[in-house]
Ligand binder design. Structure first.
Ligand code: FE2
Length: 256
């Protein structure tokens, strides 16, 4: 079966750019386009020609490069239907349940609103990867800007239902601060303690902490763990609905 090449690179101050490449069909997609120059440099570096941009959401640090890259390469821009009007240069809009082919790979679209009202994630089951934008981060999640806690929780649950070995690519390197916060929510979580140390080691060495794996997030990310008895007890929310517990954790992170 064809291999999907994935190349992640830092962009702007704390964003990641990601290129995916199907060598057999000579197709290359940029997952979001934080900055045209940095994406173009990454393409040159790899010797790949841009054919697609897959936009997760309309924020400028994910779409600022769209128009320049499109005019240079004539790439096709695919983005969320529910906020298509805000995605520069969009050619094709997609939403929940849509699938499309990227070369030999099927891309499944998941609506994951909450950070923005129309945010989508892209899952490539046969490659075992998902691109989740600013919905889920390593040991964290995106700010709930255009939605509400219930909506964001539903989006996270959708991602939590993917196969545990799925490799997750996220929009930002926020992991170290996320780990510090997570330890205030579930300090007794040994997997989290170990991961926080590993994150410190990686960052001290100037290395990325992403991508991550869903299974690891399920064990260590407090935003995915409102069912944890220890978290419920600490927040004094034993037996409360999970979306409310998620909402309380998100509020505390906003204030941290
Ligand atoms: Fe964003």
């Amino acid at each position: 079966m064809a291999e999907l090449d994935v190349h992640q690179f830092p962009c702007l101050s704390d964003n990641y750019g990601v290129l995916i490449h199907d060598g057999e069909r000579q197709l290359t997609a940029s997952i979001d386009a934080p900055d045209a120059g940095t994406v173009a440099a990454a393409l040159k570096d790899k010797g790949w020609r841009l054919t697609h941009i897959l936009t997760t959401h309309h924020h400028g640090d994910h779409t600022a490069g769209n128009l320049a890259l499109k005019s240079e390469t004539r790439c096709t821009i695919i983005g969320p239907r529910a906020e298509a009007a805000k995605v520069p240069g969009i050619d094709k809009s997609v939403g929940e349940g849509d699938t499309f082919a990227f070369g030999g790979f099927e891309v499944r679209v998941l609506d994951t609103p909450g950070h923005t009202a129309g945010h989508v994630s892209y899952w490539l089951p046969s490659a075992g990867v998902a691109f989740v934008g600013d919905t889920l981060f390593a040991i964290g999640c995106g700010r709930v800007i255009e939605g509400n806690a219930q909506m964001m929780w539903d989006s996270l649950r959708k991602l939590m239902a993917l196969p545990k070995e799925t490799v997750l690519y996220c929009g930002h390197e926020y992991t170290q601060a996320n780990a510090r916060f997570a330890l205030t929510i579930e300090p007794e979580n040994e997997a989290l303690q170990a991961r926080a140390k590993e994150v410190d080691r990686l960052r001290a060495a100037g290395k990325p902490t992403l991508p991550t794996r869903l299974g690891l997030e399920l064990e260590t990310n407090p935003f995915l763990r409102p069912a944890s008895p220890a978290i419920q007890k600490r927040l004094d929310m034993v037996g409360k609905p999970e979306w409310q517990i998620f909402g309380e954790i998100r509020e505390r992170k906003n204030r941290s």
